[in-house]
Ligand binder design. Structure first.
Ligand code: SP5
Ligand code: ZN
Length: 357
C-alpha cells in the first residue's frame, strides 16, 4: 500500500498557550506543541507516511462554518490586547463571560470595540488561551484538514491531518476546549459545498464535540456520530447526552453514545459497532470525516476511559471496514509519551483494514 499523506506544518509552534485554569488552579496547558511533535515523529518513523505541507484554502471555508464576528475575535484579540498594553509574555483568557441571563440580546454594536474585550462573548471556558501565534496556527490547522481532504478526493484512501489546535469544541460563534476553528466541521461543509448530499462525521475523541454538533444540529445532510465520556461526569458537561438527537431536518442526524468512566477496549468496541452501523445506514456519498483523539487512553491526565495502545489498531481497522475514504483529523490526547504509539496503532490499523478490503 502506498504511503499515507501526513499533512502538517510548523505554524502550530506559535500557539503555546502556557497556562489554563482548571479545577481552580493555573496549570500548564495540556494542549501543548509537544503533542504534535510526538505524533509526527512516530508516524514518520514507520516509513508508512509521507509528510506534505498544507495548501492555502483562503478564508471562505472558515466563514462557511463560523460567524465573522468570532473569526474577527480569533484573528485580532491578541493584537488588540497588546496595543492596549497587554504583557506579551502572558496568554489572553477572558475575565468575564457574556451570559444571556444578564445580557439577553446584547447586540454586536454594544460589545466593546477591542477584540480582546469581546473574548468572553464567544469563549465558553478557561482553558482556551490566545497568544501571538494562535490565529495563524488555527488557520493552518484548517488548511491542514482541507489539504488532507483534497488528497482523499484525489484518490488516496486515507489522509491524516495533524491539526493543532484541535477543532471539535468550536461552534458557529463559540470557541473553547482548546479549539478556535472547527477543522472537521469545515471539511464536512466543504464536501457539502462541492455537492455531497450525505456526509458522515465520526468523533472518537474522549470529549463530546459540542461545536460540531451545534454546527450541524438542524441539518440532515451531515450525520454527526460521537463516542465520548459521559458528560454527566466529564467535560464539556452540558452537551453529549444520548437524548440530544438533532432537530428539524437534523432530527436523528446526531447520535451521541456516552460511555461510563472506566470503559475498556471491549466495551468501547461494542459501542463503536453501533456507531458504524448508523453510518452505514446513513449511506454517505463522501469520505468519512474522522475526529480522532487519543484522550480515551487509560493514562490520559484529564480523562477517564481505559483504552490501551493495542485497542487503537482494532478501532482503526473497524473504521476502515466502512469502505469509505477517510480524512482523519487530530483532535485531543494529552498523555504525550503515549501519543506516538497510539497514533501509529490507530492509523496502522486503518491502513491494514484498507489494504484488506
Ligand atoms: C480537543 C479536546 O480534547 N479538548 C478538551 C478540553 C478539555 N478541557 C477541560 C479540562 C477539564 C479537565 N478536568 C480534569 C479532571 C481531572 N481529574
Ligand atoms: Zn478531547
Amino acid at each position: 500500500m502506498p504511503p499515507t499523506p501526513l499533512i502538517a506544518s510548523d505554524a502550530h509552534l506559535g500557539h503555546d498557550g502556557l497556562v489554563e485554569v482548571v479545577g481552580g488552579r493555573e496549570v500548564a496547558c495540556y494542549e501543548s506543541p509537544a503533542r504534535a511533535s510526538a505524533i509526527r515523529e512516530a508516524l514518520l518513523a514507520t516509513g508508512d507516511f509521507v509528510l506534505e505541507p498544507p495548501t492555502d484554502h483562503g478564508p471562505d471555508p472558515i466563514s462557511a462554518v463560523h460567524d465573522l464576528e468570532v473569526i474577527d475575535v480569533v484573528e485580532h484579540a491578541w493584537t488588540d490586547a497588546v496595543a492596549d498594553g497587554w504583557d506579551p509574555e502572558r496568554p489572553l483568557l477572558p475575565d468575564t463571560f457574556l451570559l444571556r441571563a444578564y445580557a439577553a440580546g446584547m447586540a454586536l454594536e454594544q460589545l466593546p470595540p477591542a477584540r480582546h474585550q469581546r473574548l468572553g462573548a464567544y469563549c465558553f471556558d478557561t482553558g482556551t488561551p490566545i497568544v501571538a501565534g494562535t490565529a495563524a496556527a488555527a488557520r493552518a490547522a484548517v488548511d491542514i484538514g482541507l489539504t488532507a481532504l483534497d488528497h482523499v478526493l484525489a484518490g488516496a484512501p486515507l489522509a491524516y491531518a495533524l491539526c493543532r489546535p484541535p477543532g471539535h469544541h468550536a461552534g458557529r460563534t463559540l470557541i473553547g476546549g482548546y479549539c478556535y476553528f472547527n477543522n472537521a466541521a469545515i471539511c464536512a461543509q466543504s464536501l457539502v459545498d462541492r455537492g455531497s448530499r450525505r456526509v458522515a462525521i465520526l468523533d472518537v475523541d474522549f470529549h463530546h464535540g459540542n461545536g460540531t454538533q451545534q454546527v450541524f444540529w438542524e441539518r440532515g445532510d451531515v450525520l454527526y456520530v460521537s463516542l465520548h465520556g459521559d458528560p454527566a461526569a466529564s467535560y464539556p458537561s452540558f452537551s453529549g447526552f444520548a437524548l440530544e438527537r438533532g432537530e428539524g431536518a437534523g432530527e436523528g442526524a446526531t447520535l451521541n453514545l456516552p460511555l461510563p468512566p472506566g470503559t475498556d477496549g471491549a466495551a468501547y468496541g461494542a459501542t463503536l459497532r453501533e456507531a458504524l452501523d448508523a453510518i452505514r445506514a446513513f449511506d454517505p456519498d463522501a469520505p468519512l470525516i474522522l475526529s480522532l483523539g487519543f484522550d480515551t487512553y487509560h493514562a490520559d491526565p484529564i480523562c477517564n476511559l481505559a483504552l490501551v495502545t493495542g485497542d487503537y489498531a482494532g478501532i482503526g481497522a473497524a473504521v476502515a471496514g466502512l469502505g469509505l475514504g477517510v480524512v482523519a483529523l487530530q483532535e485531543g490526547g494529552y498523555a504525550v509519551d503515549a501519543l506516538g504509539a497510539n497514533a501509529v496503532a490507530f492509523l496502522g490499523g486503518l491502513r491494514e483494514g484498507i489494504a484488506d478490503r
